[in-house]
Design a binder for this molecule. Structure first.
Ligand code: SF4
Length: 414
């Protein structure tokens, strides 16, 4: 069993994990469970013990872009500036976490939201098409900082809907010491306006897997945020070591419906090595083998593939044919239906990008070529591009200009 943290935080812990940690500090587990549920359900921290930590970084920036379904919102939470250590020596002005709220309209016409969360500040993976890669890895986020993004998004949506959320510059928790702003009164039954959570923001989630798994356990906790496991998706560029761990994780009770997305982005090793350096360590054959293992043990047997379509890099007819061949094991079968869904994402140019966005004609042509091979394919609608909030566009320009030193891909953080 993990050693309980000295000052447990409900953010980033399950209800029972929090109760156990509190019990070791002398609080009754039953009271701790009640306090946990009240904290998440009613936004009221007054029952939490004094030794519990509740720190949610304030939202310092909010950028909105209208789209057909509503408003795409990128928001930035600012962490305390490090006083000492490697990050302080680098002279970083501040550490920002970026997240995006994406409006959706479901098949029944119901409006909802997907929250795209970051698992790291920056990223060590170095994908050539991605803004975040330009920062290098600054540091990994804790489970509490990941769940804090969900909390902040809920507050922003409550503000928008005219509820008891407050100004976006403060994150209120009644009864807790927070920085900035006036706490809003707790709701008896606040709406839960976030339907889906995707780990597709800054960072490679499998590079920070322990904290990501703790955050997911909290987000899915029935007494906590209560986001269904089937509505949470972890997206990876293909860290095969992390995917092997996920093969074990998705067999655990309660985890079987966790969504997994693989960013493929290339039809062969040559192109993938060029735009995704991680491929030099784990090539496409090895990647496909571990995905097949994953599919074999999954309850839903489904997996999502993502393909950022970049003009002149991975978008030719020959590329479509090669990609179709690679995806062959995940194409529809008589007994199982479609196992793999291919999401084609028109490239969103990063700052100083050497490539433009693809034309509508090129996107349609590529999708048609995949569909003709029997691949279940959809186009990802572009949202948030003008606010640098679209897929692959998150990142802090100031940190990039400082040419921050990338770290190794061992998942460590400082
Ligand atoms: S695409 Fe994802 S894994 Fe690659 S550099 Fe960007 S954030 Fe990191």
């Amino acid at each position: 069993m993990d050693t309980p943290p000295e000052n447990p935080t409900p953010l980033g812990m399950t209800r029972d994990g929090f109760a156990n940690a509190c019990a070791q500090r002398g609080l009754s587990a039953q009271n701790a469970r009640l306090a946990y549920a009240r904290f998440f359900r009613q936004r009221d921290a007054s029952l939490l013990p004094a030794f519990a930590r509740v720190e949610i970084a304030p939202v310092v920036k909010q950028l909105d872009e209208p789209c057909d379904e509503g408003i795409t919102t990128k928001f930035v939470q600012r962490l305390d500036r490090p006083e000492t250590g490697r990050l302080a020596e680098q002279g970083l002005p501040h550490l920002d976490i970026e997240s995006v709220i994406i409006p959706m309209i479901g098949r029944t016409g119901r409006k909802g939201h997907t929250l795209c969360v970051s698992s790291q500040i920056g990223c060590a993976m170095g994908c050539g098409f991605c803004e975040t890669a330009q920062m290098g890895l600054v540091r990994s986020l804790s489970a509490a900082e990941i769940v804090g993004q969900w909390w902040a998004a809920r507050e922003l949506l409550l503000c928008e809907s005219g509820g008891t959320g407050v100004s976006p510059v403060c994150i209120p928790v009644a009864g807790a010491q927070m920085t900035g702003g006036t706490p809003a009164p707790p709701d008896q039954n606040p709406p839960a306006p976030i339907d889906n959570i995707v780990f597709m923001g800054m960072g490679e989630p499998l590079d920070n897997l322990d904290e990501v798994l703790k955050a997911i356990a909290c987000l899915a906790d029935h007494s906590g945020p209560c986001v269904p496991m089937s509505s949470i998706t972890v997206s990876t560029v293909g860290r095969v070591d992390g995917l092997r761990r996920l093969v074990e994780v998705v067999q655990r009770e309660g985890w079987k419906r966790l969504g997994i997305a693989i960013s493929v982005n290339a039809p062969n090793d040559e192109v993938r090595n060029e735009i995704m350096p991680l491929n030099k360590k784990w090539g496409m054959e090895e990647l496909r083998e571990v995905i097949e293992d994953l599919v074999r043990v999954r309850a839903s047997r489904k997996v999502l593939f993502e393909y950022v379509l970049i003009p002149g890099v991975n978008d030719s007819d020959e590329h479509a044919r090669e990609l179709g061949a690679w995806l062959r094991p995940f194409i529809r079968t008589e007994t199982q239906g479609h196992i793999g869904l291919l999401n084609v994402i028109p490239y969103n140019p990063r700052r100083d990008s050497p490539w433009p966005a693809p034309s509508e004609g090129d996107v349609s042509r590529f999708i048609g070529a995949m569909s003709a091979q029997g691949v279940y394919v959809k186009r990802r609608r572009t949202k948030g591009r003008t606010q640098m909030a679209a897929c692959g566009q998150l990142g802090t320009a100031e940190i990039r200009r400082r040419n921050f030193t990338p770290m190794t891909t061992n998942g460590s953080s400082s």
